[in-house]
Design a protein around this ligand. Structure first.
Ligand SMILES: C[S@@+](CC[C@H](N)C(=O)[O-])C[C@H]1O[C@@H](n2cnc3c(N)ncnc32)[C@H](O)[C@@H]1O
Length: 250
């Protein structure tokens, strides 16, 4: 739990906890062809402090169920929602994404940015499917190789961190086998990583270390993040987050 407290401490004052961006969330809304006036029920899974939740609530006629297993992030999301006058449209739920207490066919849309990797893409798309209405939409971002071959150093790093990393055609095949019809895909541009996520995080490192007495655990977190950033800067032409939009079949 100590680890989670440190992670909450490092990330809770950030707009987002992973690569992404408002324009890209809006692009996914367009590719999903969501009707902006129709009432929709959306679950945003692994929402963090709510970058996508707040935008969905602002742009759509929706009620969003914002799910994360860290209450510290949900507390911040609730404050932000109140500040933006969106509290009526957003409910938070602290629970694990592999044990969602939802009904079958409850949601029009399941949204998840940079979070499904926590239970694995293949498992996630399978276990979440039953909560989608027939014809409902799944919108996910997932780390993806964007070149045909990769230098050994980055291949080894990501295969250790997340062995399910793969090319888009493999991810799309997983969606098809799990009972979805893929209807859109695009790649997050570099600014989603550097400007929207890594640079603001790097700017928080000094205060984070000070607040935590420069402890070994805090230093280990900063070192791991710096390593990830260094590798991204070196190998960013080889991977990004892919955004996948798919319709539930059957
Ligand atoms: C990389 S962050 C992305 C957050 C947010 N979607 C964004 O793009 O800013 C992943 C999020 O998943 C949450 N998470 C990790 N494991 C989880 C689990 N098993 N169940 C629910 N949430 C989880 C983390 O707390 C974190 O907020």
């Amino acid at each position: 739990m100590e680890d989670y407290q440190l992670l909450i401490d490092l990330h809770k004052c950030a707009n987002r906890q992973g690569p992404g961006g408002e324009a890209e969330t809006e692009k996914a809304i367009s590719l999903a062809m969501l009707d902006r006036s129709a009432p929709l029920k959306i679950a945003d899974i692994g929402c963090g402090t709510g970058a996508s939740t707040l935008l969905l609530a602002r742009l759509l006629n929706t009620r969003v169920m914002a799910v994360d297993f860290l209450q510290g992030f949900l507390d911040v999301l609730e404050d932000r929602a109140e500040h933006m006058g969106l509290s009526e449209k957003i409910t938070t739920l602290c629970c694990s994404m592999d044990n969602l207490p939802f009904e079958d066919e409850e949601y029009d849309v399941i949204w998840s940015e940079g979070a499904i990797y926590n239970i694995g893409f293949e498992r996630g798309v399978r276990v979440w499917r039953r909560h989608l209405k027939r014809g409902g939409l799944l919108v996910l971002s997932e780390i993806t190789w964007i070149t045909a071959s990769r230098p050994l150093e980055i291949r080894q790093y990501w295969e250790d961190e997340y062995p399910e990393i793969d090319v888009a055609s493999s991810k799309i095949a997983v969606l098809e086998k799990a009972g979805y019809s893929p209807i859109g895909y695009f790649v997050l541009p570099e600014h989603c990583w550097l400007v929207n996520y890594y640079r603001p995080m790097q700017n928080r490192f000094r205060n984070f270390l000070d607040r935590n007495g420069n402890s070994e655990e805090a230093r280990a977190i900063v070192a791991a993040e710096n390593r990830e950033i260094e590798l991204y800067e070196k190998y960013k032409t080889h991977y990004s987050y892919g955004v996948y939009i798919a319709r539930k079949l059957g």
